[in-house]
Design a protein around this ligand. Structure first.
Ligand SMILES: C[S@@+](CC[C@H](N)C(=O)[O-])C[C@H]1O[C@@H](n2cnc3c(N)ncnc32)[C@H](O)[C@@H]1O
Length: 271
């Protein structure tokens, strides 16, 4: 299992247990950093992310393909709002969680989007924080095949280009170049840089780590070293790496915007 997959599994468990919704995307903070950095504020900001995405749904959308559907939280909320949903996600573990949440009401296609095949098409395809995982040119070609009207991307792009236009994690410029090659079929209706509204997510996580988790872990470690040599040995063996990581200062709030920009993009199919 890749580290990124393990991280998603952990986040799925955490956001489900802690917040009850199971969203795997970042938070959206229209008013900037919260006064108090808490997990509760983070859970609410993840809900605000969903609300922001929903605010761009055109009125004539009824059927939606959720690409990179995670724990099925977006699909659950959209089904409850009356949309006819289908999901695509390659992770069997995330799909098991989603299936439970969606109670068999929503078909889940267990595959990467690059290999997705169906004889159905949908009014809109959505990519909530999943677009960067998918090979760029293939993602657009597949989206054109399965979207009847709209494509909505809410995700981050690197500032620097990826190698070639069909690599995942491309830049916004590479994205625009690929879309430009399909200008006869695709029109961009909305393209907004929301990096400023996303990065408080990192501010909150950095704060929680630097001011709560790090000193707590250091205290536990110091106690073990002083009084419990055996448990200290076990700790070093099984948790040594995680402890070292916990002691590093996090400053993703500053580094994320140096590397990425977060955008919400709505495109319409012509004709
Ligand atoms: C950060 S999670 C976002 C989950 C969900 N959209 C949300 O907003 O909570 C990324 C999702 O994309 C999925 N994914 C990764 N590679 C993919 C691919 N090539 N095609 C489709 N989905 C992919 C992951 O399994 C995961 O479900």
């Amino acid at each position: 299992m890749k580290i990124k997959e393990l991280q998603l599994d952990f986040e799925a468990l955490f956001t489900q247990v802690a917040f009850g919704h199971g969203y795997l995307h970042y938070g959206y903070w229209p008013d900037g950093k919260p006064a108090v950095s808490s997990l509760m504020a983070l859970g609410q900001a993840q809900q605000a992310y969903f609300d922001k995405m929903l605010s761009l749904f055109p009125g004539d959308v009824k059927t939606v393909l959720d690409v990179g559907s995670g724990t099925g939280s977006n699909a659950r909320a959209l089904t409850d709002l009356g949309y006819a949903m289908e999901c695509v996600c390659p992770s069997a573990r995330l799909n098991a969680i989603a299936n439970e949440k969606l109670k068999g009401e929503v078909p889940i296609h267990e595959t990467v989007f690059e290999d997705f095949a169906s004889n159905k098409t949908f009014d809109m395809l959505i990519f909530p924080e999943s677009f960067h995982y998918i090979r760029l040119r293939t993602a657009i070609e597949q989206a054109l095949k399965y979207a009847d009207k709209y494509i909505l991307i809410f995700d981050y792009f690197r500032h620097g280009d990826s190698e070639g236009e069909d690599a995942p994690r491309g830049s916004h410029k590479q994205f625009l170049d690929v879309v430009g090659k399909h200008a006869d079929q695709l029109e961009i209706l909305h393209d907004e840089d929301v990096t400023e509204q996303i990065i408080p997510t990192f501010y909150v996580l950095d704060e929680i780590k630097n001011t709560a988790v790090r000193p707590f872990a250091a205290k536990v470690k110091q106690g073990l070293e002083q009084d419990h040599w055996f448990y200290n040995k076990l700790f070093n063996k099984f948790l040594g790496k995680a402890y070292k990581r916990s002691q590093r200062t996090s400053n993703r709030f500053e580094t994320f915007p140096q590397e990425y920009q977060y955008r919400i993009i709505l495109m319409k199919k012509r004709g």
